[in-house]
Structures are given as structure tokens and as C-alpha cells.
Ligand binder design. Structure first.
Ligand code: TYM
Length: 329
């Protein structure tokens, strides 16, 4: 059975973008692959985090994974910092990464616009840690949204470089980006991706937003003045984004939705989009509420860390041996 690995940062409540671009696909993949899903808290601290808020976000993300349909009888769900092999191999991979290639990562460039003295060095060395996450599990496929493509390319390069220089131990992972929904856009600026760290709350839908908040946010989404519901990424990015959202939430094709809204204004369209989002998020929110109040989470995460460590420690030992670290035992 092939192996899947993916991770999500506990840096705030997940957005509809995280769900449609990543989490929703994780759920379907469980039928055909051995899956590892990770709460990457060590990635989250590359930017400043409030201690108590981070703890809360970690737990909340665990509950959201489960509420969305991650089944821990089949898949492993765990917290990155509870499996020390991640930072250990992460360090080793930093030592095979070049500063130049890390500085070329667009996410690093975007987040370091205030100058190199304003960001942590962890933000620069984030990609080798991400490579370590993936390579520790002999991962075949990494399902992610579009914004992680460059990090995946670097992971492949680092794995190949390590294999060539030391020993051929790492599986070279493939990236899997969904055809639709790989880049859900901001509701306020549809040329920017929807992000949980957006200062404007109206720009994103959180997976835990209440019904009327979702309706309000979608009603105030930026569209255009044409009044025609048509898919056109270039000229109608706002309408296209909303069409994409409704299409994934309902399973209806874009063409069907264009027919549905023919002759109708954006008012009706936005209500339809909001209803489709609510119908997807409501059952998840109900399960979430039960889970977050139960004691189940701790046991699941303990088991997950144990299971992940078994696999990760073996790979770490191989990598240490290949590099000549420690003693021969
Ligand atoms: P993160 O936490 O930013 O996002 C988690 C997942 O959600 C996807 N995503 C989106 N998809 C569609 N539209 C959007 N607007 C949108 N915003 C986010 C992301 O592409 C991602 O798949 N570096 C990673 C976390 C990570 C990881 C890994 C992923 C660490 N180690 C190993 C895979 C494998 C990140 O910051 O994702």
C-alpha cells in the first residue's frame, strides 16, 4: 500500500480554503493509502505564537481533522513536536540545503518583507523541516494546496541530493494538487489566496464560523459590476472563486451552476453559495463540538505519536547511518 503524508499548521482556525484544498481530500484518500496526518506545531512557531493560544489551536486542529472524517482506525493522526525524529532529520536536511535555495522560496520572501532582522531563522529553514516530515515516512504522495508546490519541489531535490551524496534511502515523493479548489481565494481580494492569517476577518470563512456569519461574509464578497454568473478566472475572479466553492461543496459542475444562475443576480447566487458552504460545514461543526468536549482526543494523539515514532525512528536511524553520525551499534 502506498503512503500519504500531509500536515497543517495549528496557527489559527482552519479556513474553507484549507478544507477544500487539503483536508477534504485527505478524507477520501484514506480508502486507498496508508495515511499520516500531522499537526505541524513546530512549523507554527516559525512566527511568534501565544503559548496558550497555540495549545488551544493544536487541540482544535486535532478535533477538526477527526470531525472532517479522518478515521484513526485507518490513519495516523499526530502532533509533530511529539515525534522528535522530525526536528532531528530536519537539522540533517538543513545541512544539505543551500541558503540560496531557501531564500528563493516565495513564502519566505513574502513573509520577510520587513527585512531579515524582523523574521526568525526558522522561517528560512522551514522547508528542510517540511522535507523531513515527508521523508521520514517513505511517503509516495503528498496532497496539498497549490501554495505548497515550491516546498514540495525542494523536498524532492533535497531527497535526491541526499540519496546521491550519502545513500539511496529516501523515497522521492510526488505532489498531488486537486484540479479544483487548490487555491481558494480571499473573499475581499480574489487575486489573493484565502488565508487564516488575513487581518480582514471578512476575507476568509473559518471552518467554525456560524451560519449567519458565513452568509454575511459571502454576501459581502467582492464580485464585479457585470451581474452575470460566469466562470472567467481572468476577468471575473470573485465570481469564479464563488462558483468554484459552490461546485466543490455540492459536487455540481461549473456548467450546471452557470445554468442554475442564468438570468439571476449576484444576490441569489451568493445565497446559493452560502447555503452550499453551510451544508458542508454544519455537520463537521456538530461533530467538532462533541469531540472538543470529550477525553478521546488525548488517547488518539498518544497512539498517533507512538505509531508515527515507530516508522520515523527507523528512517532517522538509516539517515544517521548514511551520514556517519554517532556510533555503529
Ligand atoms: P498550511 O497550514 O498553510 O495549510 C494546510 C493545507 O491547506 C492548503 N491551503 C489551501 N488550499 C486551497 N486554498 C487555500 N486558500 C489554501 N490555504 C491553504 C495548503 O496548501 C496545505 O495543503 N507548509 C504547510 C504545512 C506542512 C506540510 C508538511 C504539508 C508542514 N509539513 C508536510 C505537507 C507535507 C503549510 O503551511 O500548510
Amino acid at each position: 500500500m502506498k503512503t500519504i503524508f500531509s500536515g497543517i499548521q495549528p496557527s489559527g482556525t482552519l479556513t474553507l480554503g484549507n478544507y477544500l484544498g487539503a483536508m477534504k481530500h485527505f478524507v477520501d484518500l484514506q480508502d486507498d493509502y496508508k495515511c499520516y496526518f500531522c499537526i505541524v506545531d513546530e512549523h507554527a512557531i516559525t512566527v511568534s505564537q501565544d503559548r496558550l493560544k497555540l495549545r488551544e489551536n493544536i487541540k482544535s486542529l486535532a478535533a477538526l481533522y477527526l470531525a472532517s472524517g479522518i478515521d484513526t482506525n485507518r490513519s495516523t493522526l499526530f502532533i509533530q513536536s511529539e515525534v522528535p525524529a522530525h526536528t532531528q532529520l530536519g537539522w540533517m536536511l538543513q545541512c544539505v540545503s543551500y541558503i540560496g535555495e531557501l531564500e528563493r522560496m516565495t513564502q519566505f520572501k513574502d513573509k520577510s518583507t520587513d527585512g531579515k532582522d524582523a523574521v526568525s531563522s526558522g522561517l528560512l529553514t522551514y522547508p528542510p523541516l517540511m522535507a523531513s516530515d515527508i521523508l521520514l515516512y517513505q511517503t509516495d504522495i503528498v496532497p496539498v494546496g497549490d501554495d505548497q508546490k515550491q516546498h514540495l519541489e525542494l523536498t524532492r531535490n533535497l531527497a535526491q541530493r541526499f540519496n546521491n551524496k550519502y545513500n539511496d534511502i529516501f523515497t522521492i515523493p510526488e505532489v498531488r494538487i486537486p484540479k479544483e479548489g487548490a487555491r481558494i481565494m480571499s473573499l475581499q481580494d480574489p487575486t489573493k489566496k484565502m488565508s487564516k492569517s488575513d487581518a480582514n476577518q471578512k476575507a476568509f470563512i473559518s471552518m467554525l464560523d456560524e451560519e449567519n456569519k458565513i452568509l454575511k461574509k459571502i454576501k459581502s464578497a467582492v464580485t464585479d459590476s457585470e451581474g452575470i454568473v460566469k466562470y472567467d478566472k481572468e476577468n471575473k475572479p470573485g465570481v469564479t472563486n464563488l462558483l468554484t466553492i459552490e461546485s466543490i461543496c455540492t459536487g455540481h459542475t461549473i456548467a450546471d451552476l452557470e445554468n442554475k444562475y442564468e438570468g439571476k443576480g449576484y444576490g441569489d447566487f451568493k445565497i446559493g453559495v452560502a447555503e452550499s458552504v453551510i451544508s458542508v460545514l454544519k455537520p463537521i461543526q456538530e461533530r467538532y463540538k462533541e469531540l472538543i468536549e470529550s477525553n478521546e482526543l488525548d488517547d488518539i494523539l498518544d497512539e498517533g505519536a507512538q505509531d508515527a515514532s515507530l516508522k520515523a525512528d527507523k528512517m532517522l536511524a538509516k539517515a544517521k547511518k548514511a551520514m556517519g553520525l554517532g556510533r555503529v551499534k
